[in-house]
Design a protein around this ligand. Structure first.
Ligand code: IMP
Length: 446
């Protein structure tokens, strides 16, 4: 029995879905605990590509229960449409559950998210415009609509009669947009609630019962550590807690029930949207990083935006190990580096203002913005890794690269992904039952 959290150790889009998919094979339940339709997860099975935004990718295994947890924000229209597409391909939804207390993303959330973002000018965050921030804001100011409210016409109507006129003030006066009609929203969302009713339940209780039955539970994070609202590169973050601690809150389980935390990192780095990115590359290196893995094109799954790309950042990696308590790492997309003559890893930052070297992430947002990377350079391996199925199959230079990442972060690299297909995966050591984190890195850069 093991209850495992999978988190993104970078800025999101680390390839978590592939790792979750691999681990879901042995899981009884997959639980998503935060975020909403801003997430974009891609899984390739037998050459077929599946894109997920709200529903855990574990749904591809029949017999695996999939839960959208209380910490999520759910757009019912996006849910119905994603589910419909999966059902058309024969996916079984009989084990799908949606938390009654998850918050609902409403039409005004999406309008306000987009209007706020467009009005920010230089201060824009680059949100996905899926209404995520405004939905979490309503949750925290205690006026949000929860999934359970969609099932109770009286409650839903009363909430909308209170909320929509207030949202209309914002829409009309601040953003010069058309007001919304509470009655039309009520009719549409009551109907959507009806359609979703068979999935809505108390998911925290189900999870607890499964824990008591010693089932295997996989908690699937969306986005990544550096997008966490508390621990990420604020304000360039999402509005939820993708970090491991967020899994307990967002799923409704106590931390003592969690056995393992697995971090997922790309072998390099990407970011969608605005915000600091010390190892960001432009020109030839970025073109190559984007283009080499054609099937792995660096385009946002949700928004279709081109991802910013850069070298692996071990400072952020160590931060992610610390904040999440990572036991081990899954490194994805190693094959994208196959054709590089040289590959860099950022091992520390230099502050150009003081010339000081920082081994840790500066906690002050302004100083993080100006940090310059200090690199170690590796010779590339100039050979395809797509067919490698064990650590020993990998070119020696690739092994050296992975060993260096492992030493820098102080946790073992347990899984390496060398392509999009399920079988293009190297399991170096069992990420769930293998040794726990080793914390070997005692020497700091000087
Ligand atoms: P929001 O979550 O739509 O509010 O966007 C806030 C920030 O998080 C923006 O920089 C987005 O690009 C980023 N973001 C949100 N979801 C994802 C994701 O799934 N992958 C990568 N970046 C994301």
């Amino acid at each position: 029995m093991a209850n495992v959290i999978v988190v993104g150790a970078q800025f999101g889009d680390e390839g978590k879905a592939k790792v979750t998919d691999l681990l879901a094979k042995n899981a009884d339940v997959v639980v998503r605990y935060q975020g909403g339709a801003n997430a974009g997860h891609t899984v390739v099975v037998d050459g077929d590509t599946y894109k997920f935004h709200l529903i855990p990718s574990g749904v591809l295994y029949s017999g695996t229960m999939c839960i959208l947890g209380p910490g999520m924000v759910i757009d019912p229209k996006a849910f119905i449409s994603e589910l419909g597409a999966l059902q058309k391909r024969g996916t079984d939804d009989s084990m799908l559950k949606v938390s009654a207390t998850a918050h609902v993303t409403m039409p005004y959330h999406m309008l306000i998210d987009a209007a706020e973002e467009d009005s920010r000018g230089d201060r824009k965050i680059g949100t996905t415009k899926r209404g995520i921030g405004p939905t979490y804001a309503d949750k925290c100011t205690r006026v949000g609509i929860r999934m359970e409210d969609l099932l109770d016409g009286e409650v839903l109507k009363a909430k909308l009669d209170y909320l929509v006129p207030r949202k209309n003030v914002i829409l009309e006066r601040l953003y010069n947009l058309e007001p919304l009609d509470p009655k039309a929203i009520f009719e549409e969302y009551f109907e959507l609630g009806n359609k979703m009713s068979k999935y809505i339940c108390d998911t925290s209780q189900i999870i607890f019962q499964l824990i008591q039955q010693r089932k295997n539970i996989l908690f699937e994070g969306a986005q990544g550590t550096l997008l966490d609202v508390d621990h990420g590169s604020y304000p360039y973050v999402t509005s939820s807690s993708p970090t491991a601690g967020g899994a307990c809150i967002g799923a409704g389980v106590g931390p003592t029930y969690v056995d393992r935390v697995i971090g997922v990192s790309k072998a390099y780095m990407t970011r969608v949207g605005e915000g600091p990115f010390p190892t960001e590359q432009f020109g030839e290196v970025s073109d190559n990083l984007r283009q080499i893995g054609k099937a792995w094109a660096e385009v946002g799954v949700t928004t279709g935006r081109l991802r910013r790309v850069g070298w692996f950042d071990a400072v952020l990696g160590r931060y992610s190990v610390r904040i999440n308590g990572l036991d081990c790492l899954a490194v994805t997309k190693l094959d994208v580096l196959d054709e590089f003559d040289e590959i860099k890893v950022c091992i520390a930052y230099r502050d150009p203002k003081t010339n000081e070297i920082h081994n840790e992430l500066p906690s002050i947002a302004g100083s993080f913005q100006r940090m310059e990377p200090v690199y170690t350079t590796f010779a590339g391996w100039n050979r395809s890794t797509n067919e490698c199925r064990s650590y020993n199959d990998l070119p020696v230079a690739a092994q050296r690269y992975l060993n260096f990442i492992q030493e820098q972060l102080g946790v073992p690299v347990a899984i390496v992904s060398v392509g999009q297909q399920r079988d293009q995966t190297i399991v170096i050591e069992d990420p769930i039952h293998g040794p726990k984190r080793v914390l070997t890195r005692t020497n700091s850069f000087s």
